[in-house]
Ligand binder design. Structure first.
Ligand code: 8YV
Length: 312
């Protein structure tokens, strides 16, 4: 009987590898656990988890032999780590391998938004270039004042990229870091006041819920651009939409939302919003590395070896 349960929407390559390496059993989401027999659940020692649906104490209690939850992703806010630790269950994630891709999407979003590249593409494709002439002038991004909220591994990659775009770099983090001439702000409001663009790169979860508050949004102001590649939960979305509708905030370029993929439909109609479908780490190359790291953690647990990227 299989010892590994793969939960979530896996790409074919990962599904094949999980099958080859562990003869994994697949279920679509945590709710599908209930459909497994008691004997099947009792045999599961490792969960390879993918997705953003909550995986908590109730799910863990259905898997009495579970020893590891190997998450496919750096963010593990969907997993109740406290509940896992209380049950002696290890949690692992996939840090570092996705830093470049997520940072690329953050900077890409800022450029797409400021330079109105989606509308400009439509202008050409739909014949307006030939009919009406030049696309309307838009907004210079290079050389602006950029704020990074959360200067972890991904935040640093974003800051490095924006520094290469000649931006002034400001940041907020829990503590001041060793940085090459960047300006530290002790709270998110003072960070937002100091910048033209605010890029949210902090972890998700309870501790950062709504850290981009109405006050932060108001401080960013009518010319401000909010970029979010972290989690939908980090932003007060109701305040964000109100500010975008009234013009209190200039614009937002977002890869993450509350209630993905059924996000608030107003994001699709507001003209000052650029939307990406949570694709930060979504390249063939990076997803292959994330899958491989997840599987190394599963293999390490099943083989009684130290886990590579342990969270708890
Ligand atoms: C997801 C992510 O893991 O790493 C993260 O924290 O948000 C993503 O890379 C990916 O969408 C698969 O669910």
């Amino acid at each position: 009987m299989t010892e590994t349960l793969a939960i979530g929407p896996y790409a074919d390559t990962d599904a094949v590898a999980l099958t080859t390496d562990f003869a994994a059993k697949f279920i679509a989401n945590p709710a599908a656990l209930a459909a497994l027999s008691e004997a099947e659940r009792a045999g599961i020692k490792a969960v390879a988890y993918k997705g953003h649906l909550p995986f908590g104490a109730a799910e863990m209690d259905m898997l009495p032999a579970l020893g590891v939850i190997a998450n496919y992703g750096v963010g593990y806010d969907a997993i109740d780590v406290k509940a896992a630790s209380a049950r002696g269950i290890k949690v692992t994630n996939t840090p570092d391998v996705l830093n470049d891709d997520v940072a690329d999407v953050a900077v890409g979003l800022l450029l797409m938004h400021g330079r109105k590249m989606i509308a400009a593409s439509d202008w050409a494709r739909l014949g307006q270039w030939a009919e009406k002439g030049e696309f309307p002038l838009n907004r210079k991004i290079s050389g602006g004042r950029a704020g990074i909220l959360g200067l972890g591994r991904i935040g640093r990659e974003i800051a490095d990229r924006l520094a290469a775009f000649k931006c002034e770099i400001h940041y907020f983090a829990r503590s001041e870091k060793e940085t090459p001439g960047w300006t530290y702000h002790a709270d998110p409001v003072s960070l937002a006041e100091a910048v033209d663009y605010l890029v949210v790169a902090t972890v998700g979860g309870e501790a950062t819920k709504g850290i981009v508050s109405k006050e932060v949004i108001d401080a960013l102001g009518p010319r401000g651009i909010l970029v979010n590649i972290s989690r939908g939960t980090t932003v007060d979305e109701a305040a964000l939409i109100t500010a975008l509708e009234s013009g209190a905030l200039g614009g937002a370029a977002l890869d993450v939302f509350l209630n993905e993929p059924k996000i608030d439909p107003r994001f699709y109609t507001l003209p000052n919003v650029t939307v990406q479908p949570h694709q930060g780490s979504g390249t063939v190359e990076t997803r292959a590395e994330m899958g491989a790291l997840q599987r190394r953690n599963v293999a390490a647990h099943l083989g009684g070896k130290p886990l590579e990227t342990l969270v708890n």
